[in-house]
Design a binder for this molecule. Sequence first.
Ligand code: ZN
Ligand code: ZN
Length: 423
Amino acid sequence: MTAETVLAPLEARLPDLEALYADLHRHPELAFAETRTAAELARRLVASGYEVYPGIGRTGVLGVLRNGPGPTVMLRADIDALPVEEKTGLPYASTDTGLDTAGREVPVMHACGHDMHATWLSGAAALLADGRASWSGTLLAVFQPGEEVGDGAAGMIRDDVFGPGGKPDVVLGQHLVPGPAGWVLTRPGVIMAATDALRVTLYGRGGHGSRPETTVDPAVLAASVVLKLQTIVSREIPATESAVVTVGSLHVGTTHNVIADHATLEINIRSFDQQVREKVVAAVGRIVHGEAATAGAPKPPTIERIDTFPVTANDEATTAALTAAFAGHFGAGRTMEAPLVTGSEDFSEFGRAAGVPSVFWLVGGLDADTVLTAIAGGRFETDVPSNHSPLFAPVLHPTLSTGVETLVVAALHELAHPADEAS
Ligand code: ZN
Ligand code: ZN
């Protein structure tokens, strides 16, 4: 009832949201370079009556709408693009370039749908502001930079994103996926994997290849570390849990007759459970230090975290309630359980930092006939371009309206309603 009232002007607003989406898609910006994007999103929040705090976590934007007593609900959208050359052929395809972390000019594309996320939240924020007579509480609209590089959410939290509007009572977010447009997929508990990437430097003592007795050989030490790391998953993680420990890069030495003085390993860890994750990361540290001590290394190894994403875990009770709210709004045919996703997200940093429940759901955005035909023919993986593909081309309808509706329905479910208190 309330959602229908707040969503009533959506259809009239769609041309404006289409224009916003096409503009963001045509002008994507890499992580922490989203200045043009942030300025436009901030401008729209101001126009809707939000207090606006730009520059949080470098290029993030917070909008606060205080609307009487009640819960504080945070809605989050990420806004960064990827160094991918767009090949969709869409009329609003990007031909823009940006500078990567090494300062090289690279093509840039919204290949992960964050332009859609930003448009959804901008639309929902405007509708909830116009429909503020229907609810009571505080809304936080958070446009987060740098999701693709894993430090965007953490950066906003370090920069006190909860300062101006207070801590939320619940954090909500969504991601565009290569499902049929208009489908909404939810999953209680863990929905996406955690990633930890570590760079380990092992120190030895270099010398002549003919006189190993004068050295501590980091090649032998590194080999021993690589093998010992294989015992973490096989010997320390219960059979009912899962994790991956991959040494994706190992560098030592320059030539055959010199024993090097250090070795470098890059390790990628995937897990679906926070306790398993902490156990694996701790075991890597223990093994690396232990092997270095055993080898008589002249100094302890260093371990740098080069990339990190938390497990995305949904609060079970809130997810169940929102799933029912979505099914009530869209009908059961458009809502279903999401699969476990091996990709990673930094969305859940916000809920963890605030110590409150969070829910992250998925919205399909590709042509439904194409997707369903590919699934029926067993060709989904090969025929349907997914997130991060240069061919990832979401259809506008009903993708645009669906993601606005989910945010409005979910926010209203969590906010207070003056009519409830009167009755
Ligand atoms: Zn992505
Ligand atoms: Zn993404």
